[in-house]
Ligand binder design. Structure first.
Ligand SMILES: [Mn+2]
Length: 300
């Protein structure tokens, strides 16, 4: 792709390009943590470019949210320097993420984590479990990620939900791909710790969103693998799967959950940018802003 198609002159540092007044650590309620980790990706590599692509795209969004009729940025959104994780093992990266999220929670910041591959979420969930013992995880993903081990590692991105299910209850939404091992796990050992609402449930049952909220505890961490969206909306992911969910039904779900529960943090992972195709990056940037808006509605 010819470089002239890329309008952004230099990589942006700040989500939405916010001024100091709305992005200093001290004054911000939310903090964006970038974790450009991409070591166990099995198909398309490049998720380490995800956080920067989201920050770059975010500069072209309106500061006014026309659905919520509010200027969510006024809560203050701080962008942290990217975590240095490129050369770390999965164990080391997860511990670094856990410690960084724990620090943010101590400072009363609302963490937003940008991946990177999905294994970054394990560190975040560990930190949230320490801070909120009754936490549960809402996991949006095309894949159920319930393998005990994948490519020789228990911390592979394909094992994320299995590891999270060992920490706290998990509700999965939008899945449409699984192995026989994962199917068997759901049928036997999951022991009610994992509730799955797959795409067929979404198509068949108009009350599917109620099933989601019913199975979540009061405090909720949301983990969004962007491949949950249909590939026509978000083709730039590490493991694209056809038949995903749409923008408005995803927003409907997140709006419902934010009203019924307390969302205490979230991540957006697995963006694998395609040069010259900005739609996926922009959707991710806007999804983050809208979800922050839901969480902080009326709390500016
Ligand atoms: Mn996935």
């Amino acid at each position: 792709m010819d470089e002239k198609y890329i309008i952004t002159p230099t990589p942006a540092k700040n989500y939405m390009g916010l001024d100091e007044e709305y992005s200093s650590f001290k004054k911000s309620k939310a903090a964006i943590m970038q974790v450009p980790y991409d070591r166990t990706t099995t198909y398309v590599h490049g998720t380490f470019r995800g956080p920067q692509a989201i920050i770059d795209a975010s500069r072209y969004m309106e500061l006014f949210d026309d659905e919520l009729n509010q200027e969510t940025y006024r809560i203050g959104i701080h962008t942290m320097e990217p975590l240095e994780v490129e050369k770390l093992s999965s164990e080391e990266m997860i511990e670094k993420v856990r410690a960084s999220i724990a620090e943010l929670l101590k400072s009363n910041k609302f963490p937003v984590l940008l991946g990177g591959e999905h294994s970054v979420s394990i560190g975040a969930v560990k930190a949230f479990k320490d801070a909120y013992p009754n936490i549960s995880v809402l996991h949006l993903d095309a894949h159920c990620d319930l393998r005990n081990e994948y490519f020789g590692s228990k911390l592979n991105h394909g094992c994320v939900a299995r590891r999270i299910s060992e920490i706290c209850p998990l509700v999965q939404v939008g899945t449409r791909s699984m192995s026989k091992e994962e199917k068997d796990f759901l049928g036997s050992q999951a022991n009610g710790k994992v509730k799955m609402i797959n795409v067929y449930d979404i198509l068949d049952n108009p009350m599917w969103k109620d099933t989601v909220t019913k199975n979540l505890s009061e405090n909720v961490y949301v983990s969004i693998d962007l491949d949950v969206f249909d590939i026509s909306l978000v083709p730039a992911v590490g493991t694209p799967e056809p038949g995903g969910i749409g923008w408005y039904e995803t927003l409907d779900l997140l709006r419902d959950v934010s009203k019924d529960k307390k969302i205490v943090g979230f991540d957006v992972v697995e963006l694998c940018p395609i040069q010259g195709q900005a739609a996926s990056d922009f959707l991710a940037a806007k999804l983050i802003y809208r979800l922050l808006g839901y969480v902080f509605t009326g709390k500016k």
